[in-house]
Design a protein around this ligand. Structure first.
Ligand code: CS2
Ligand code: MG
Length: 402
């Protein structure tokens, strides 16, 4: 079953997305997400210029071989652009395989390991009272896990805090906006927020917090220690993880569980973190970590070390990525949690899908394949708009991690 067409679709229904659509000689189609926030056109061009010509005429059934061909064959391995492009091909091929077999992809991955995929929602507000109200909304909707982010007194614009109505979107102006950060103010504020949240919701609601790579390991250790009384499910990306052994320092001081991985693109990014049990959850994604094939390899490796999955699910990952993630989430033995930020209505219209939310769980599609598509005609009505993620500086002007 040969691939006869491969289309790279760039569209902006509410935000930018890059999607690869493959077509076989029998007319079976498969879709894969290739969106890399703020760097969309780099992946689109990598696909159109360097990958699409290699796909035409290939056997669509050979998922693993195609993965190895694109990974080893490029000579230049890894990196977010390459791995997102490979992910798109891989995801589309799994979609095709499912359609050909007449089975949802999770059945090809071994079938269900659980009844539903537990998701966490984002409760954020400038004030603690505001965040308590948002968290209460999520509890009312049936969520069992909530990520809590608030403004920090003295700082005007804090990542992850939703300023108004609509879907949270960090990417904005074509030239990045700049925010100011103070680690001292942040570390002083956060424990008091969680004291209030725990007091309000009791011991059973799963609570999470995203540090967004802002701290050094010893600062992260202090934060983890100060949050221990509030029993978080995880503290996310407490420090940049390029220096994997740096996490030893965090581990030495705190039992607050750690999740990392939204910027990982390969198993090598977490090899030491996992094998030394320096983290509790690997939070990588189908789109940025080489597709279903490679992300499953990462999660299988993690399982050997009691590390669970924690799939990244922000709105800059398209419904195609979320659909694919759910097939993995439902099937792997060491699933942890799936992030869920519902997409804008217009995004959902462009990407019709049949996964669904009920009582705090997402359920993957039961249709053959992934159960998601792209409406190409509608997509064409939303042309690409350049948008960049912000940058971040300390109070003295030093550039800091965003
Ligand atoms: C965040 C993301 O969802 C998260 O945990 O860290 O919103 C992240 O900032 C974006 O996905 C970046 O593209
Ligand atoms: Mg995050």
């Amino acid at each position: 079953m040969r691939i006869v067409d491969a289309r790279v679709i760039v569209t902006c229904p509410g935000r930018n997305f890059v999607t690869l659509k493959l077509v076989t000689e029998d007319g079976v189609t498969g879709v894969g997400d290739a969106t890399l926030n703020g760097r969309e056109l780099a992946v689109a061009s990598y696909l159109s210029e360097h990958v699409v010509p290699l796909l035409i005429g290939r056997d669509a059934a050979r998922i693993e071989d195609t993965w190895q061909y694109l990974y080893k064959g490029a000579y230049w391995r890894r990196g977010p652009v390459t791995m997102s492009a490979i992910a798109a091909v891989d995801t589309a091929l799994w979609d095709i395989k499912g359609k050909v077999a007449g089975l949802p992809v999770y059945q090809l991955l071994g079938g269900r390991s659980r009844e539903g995929v537990t998701v966490y929602g984002h409760a954020s507000a400038d004030t603690v009272d505001g965040v308590l109200a948002r968290a209460a909304d999520f509890v009312r909707q049936g969520y069992r896990a909530v990520r809590v982010q608030t403004g920090v007194p003295g700082l005007s614009d804090v990542y992850g805090v939703h300023a108004g109505p609509g879907v949270y979107e960090p990417a904005g102006a074509a030239v990045p906006t700049e925010a100011v950060w103070s680690t001292e103010r942040y570390l002083d504020h956060v424990p008091a927020v969680f004291a209030r949240v725990r007091e309000e919701f009791g011991p059973h609601l799963k609570l999470l917090h995203d540090v967004h790579h802002r701290l050094t390991p010893i600062e992260a250790a202090r934060l983890g220690k100060s949050l221990e009384p509030y029993a978080l499910t995880w503290m996310e990306d407490p420090a940049p993880a390029e220096l994997q052994e740096g996490f030893r320092l965090i581990r030495r001081h705190t039992t607050t569980p750690i999740a990392v991985g939204e910027v990982f693109n390969s198993i090598w990014d977490c090899q030491r973190l996992v094998s030394e049990q320096l983290v509790d959850y690997v939070r990588a994604t189908v789109v940025h970590a080489g597709g279903i094939t490679h992300l499953r390899r990462i999660f299988d490796f993690a399982a050997l070390y009691h590390v669970r999955s924690g799939s990244h699910g922000a709105t800059d990952l398209s419904p195609v990525c979320l659909a694919a993630a759910l097939h993995l989430d439902i099937s792997i033995p060491n699933f942890g949690l799936q992030e869920y930020m519902p997409h804008a209505e217009v995004t959902d219209e462009v990407f019709p899908h049949t996964y669904r939310f009920a009582e705090g769980y997402l359920h993957p599609s039961e249709e053959p394949g992934l159960g998601v598509d792209i409406d190409e005609e509608l997509a064409a009505r939303y042309p690409y708009k350049p948008a960049a993620l912000p940058v971040n500086r300390l109070e003295d002007g030093t550039l800091h991690s965003w």
